[in-house]
Ligand binder design. Structure first.
Ligand code: PMP
Length: 281
């Protein structure tokens, strides 16, 4: 397959990472993952706007316009004949002799994008198990930074417990999953952490909240505790790769009856209709 390296389509084997790329040395960069359904990008404008916002928050320039990136992504998808999958892209502060402070202005950021196949499994995904863990991350989780050590450590705990996701909390207040946003349903109302500096404002989360608003599902952007979550009627998590997925067991304890709840199932259905509407898959 082909990849994009600084604006050019290349074979993957042609491209080598410089040992002094700041992404490699410091995690000094930002990234995005955009889903492709039926050969079409899904919610790409929201993702690309977030990429620009993340870059701005770390004072990094973006050497392309959104329209340019979008066209490049479409070329890449066509070239790789991707039907269902993802585009991964990252932008680092470029290649420069190692020192913590930013390189001089003439150093151009380095951009890489590639595709990966990921089948679309349809609307109803079975419930998964999760663990809770301390959120040990920094206080700018709203930036989609390449620095993911806290997230990695959390996910590894989930995997070692035979679970799909780790739900992070700060002093008992749930923030988000290791690579997802978490919501609960109590008495028919969906509750999810507000889009502050403590979470990544997930695009899937935003699409889901819009679906709630459009379809009369009550919701509130309000933090909740681990205790609230364990006692909730439903728990679900959202991300570009898991879409809307029920969580039915946390730390070995069933959530309610231990099966996907009605609001979660309704949101899964609405989400799959949104995919169909936008991508016709
Ligand atoms: N939070 C974190 C920490 C994530 O890594 C992700 C996935 N990239 C999300 C939330 C979900 O974001 P999105 O719905 O945009 O994929």
């Amino acid at each position: 397959g082909k990849i994009i390296f600084n604006g050019d389509l290349k074979s993957r084997s042609e491209v080598k990472v410089d040992i002094e790329d700041r992404g490699y040395q410091f995690g000094d960069g930002v990234y995005e993952v955009i889903r492709v359904y039926n050969g079409e990008l899904f919610t790409e404008d929201m993702h690309l706007n977030r990429l620009i916002d993340s870059a701005k928050l770390i004072q990094m320039k973006v050497p392309f316009t959104i329209a340019e990136i979008k066209n490049r992504m479409k070329e890449l998808i066509a070239e790789n004949q991707l039907k269902d999958g993802i585009v991964y892209m990252q932008l680092t502060r470029g290649v420069s002799a190692r020192t913590h402070s930013f390189p001089t202005a003439e150093v151009e950021p380095a951009f890489v994008a590639y595709t990966k196949e990921m089948p679309y499994t349809g609307k109803m995904k079975p419930g998964v198990n999760a663990v809770t863990t301390d959120d040990i991350r920094w206080l700018r989780c709203n930036i989609k930074s390449l620095n993911l050590l806290g997230n990695i450590m959390a996910k590894q705990q989930a995997v070692e417990a035979g679970c799909d996701e780790a739900i992070q909390h700060r002093d008992g207040t749930v923030t988000e999953g290791s690579s997802s946003n978490v919501s609960i349903v109590v008495d028919g109302q969906l509750k999810t952490h507000p889009a502050t500096n403590l979470i990544l404002n997930g695009i899937t989360r935003q699409v889901m909240l819009k679906l709630c608003a459009d379809h009369g599902i009550p919701y509130v952007e309000e933090a909740f505790t681990v205790e609230d979550m364990m006692a909730a009627d439903e728990v679900l998590y959202t991300s570009t790769s898991v879409e809307v997925t029920p969580i039915i067991n946390i730390d070995g304890q069933s959530i309610a009856a231990g099966e996907p709840g009605p609001i979660t199932q309704r949101l899964q259905k609405l989400f799959s209709e949104e995919i169909e509407k936008q991508c016709g898959s």
